[in-house]
Design a protein around this ligand. Structure first.
Ligand SMILES: C[S@@+](CC[C@H](N)C(=O)[O-])C[C@H]1O[C@@H](n2cnc3c(N)ncnc32)[C@H](O)[C@@H]1O
Length: 231
């Protein structure tokens, strides 16, 4: 029986080397389907909507994977008549290749870098991320919170999973039944076990000295979003 009382240290296959582009690309495309089915984009887009008023925005997506969140942000910005410069940063070079293939006619820029080494060429208004923080250790998350808060002029938004037995066993069964992708079948449930409770986030924010300015919110179904708005 799995223990959900603390974050699992089990690693994800997608973080290991030696993957072919075809397998990684297929994994990111399958992740997009899961994101659509689990209403994953909604909280980030809802939060960004309130920021897309007036002045141009520069938005950076950390751990942008196949770029599916940024494609939706681009669409929303166009709809809101907001000029937005969008950049996705991901450690794995296959992510840039996959995202470029999936967004051929888009102005989104994709960069390959470890987020902690990434220096944006221009100032950044907003940092967002989705399904990224559970890839990090607690210590790295504290550093990431400080990194984001130091760079984002207008605010930041984290969208990740809630660690709970229901989504764990549900996604384990669903991916075993419906996915042929080795990474998805292994990583989807592991992602849930590596994720967070509201209490975890409060503790991490305390450690980063950001608790007073940040908001932690549970979002249906089994997501937790952490945000900070500076304007
Ligand atoms: C589960 S995927 C999430 C992709 C996308 N954001 C989504 O919501 O579907 C996590 C991504 O984070 C990237 N990643 C992990 N550690 C990273 C780091 N230190 N810097 C930048 N990207 C990283 C991985 O390569 C992977 O593409």
């Amino acid at each position: 029986m799995r223990d959900f009382s603390h974050r699992s240290g089990q690693s994800e296959l997608m973080d290991e080397g030696g993957l072919s582009f075809e397998e990684f690309h297929h994994c990111l495309r399958s992740l997009e389907v899961i994101n659509v089915l689990t209403l994953a984009y909604r909280p980030t887009l809802r939060w960004l909507k309130g920021m897309m008023v007036g002045a141009p925005l520069s938005i950076l997506d950390a751990g942008s994977g196949g770029g599916d969140m940024l494609r939706r942000v681009e669409r929303q910005a166009k709809h809101a008549r907001c000029s937005a410069s969008l950049t996705g940063v991901d450690l794995n070079p296959w992510s840039k290749q996959s995202a470029t293939l999936s967004s051929p006619s888009s102005a989104i820029r994709y960069e390959t870098a470890d987020i902690f080494d990434f220096e944006a060429k221009t100032s950044v208004d907003i940092v967002i991320c989705s399904l990224f923080t559970h890839h990090l250790s607690d210590g790295q998350i504290v550093d990431f919170l400080r990194w984001m808060d130091g760079r984002a002029n207008k605010g930041w938004f984290i969208n990740d999973l809630q660690r709970h037995k229901l989504p764990y066993y549900f996604i384990k069964a669903a991916t075993a039944l419906f996915s042929h992708n080795r990474l998805i079948r292994h990583d989807a449930a592991v992602s849930v076990s590596r994720s967070f409770t509201v209490a975890d986030w409060r503790n991490l924010l305390d450690r980063a000295d950001l608790r007073a300015r940040a908001r932690v919110q549970w979002v249906f179904p089994f997501r937790i979003c952490v945000s900070c708005r500076k304007v």
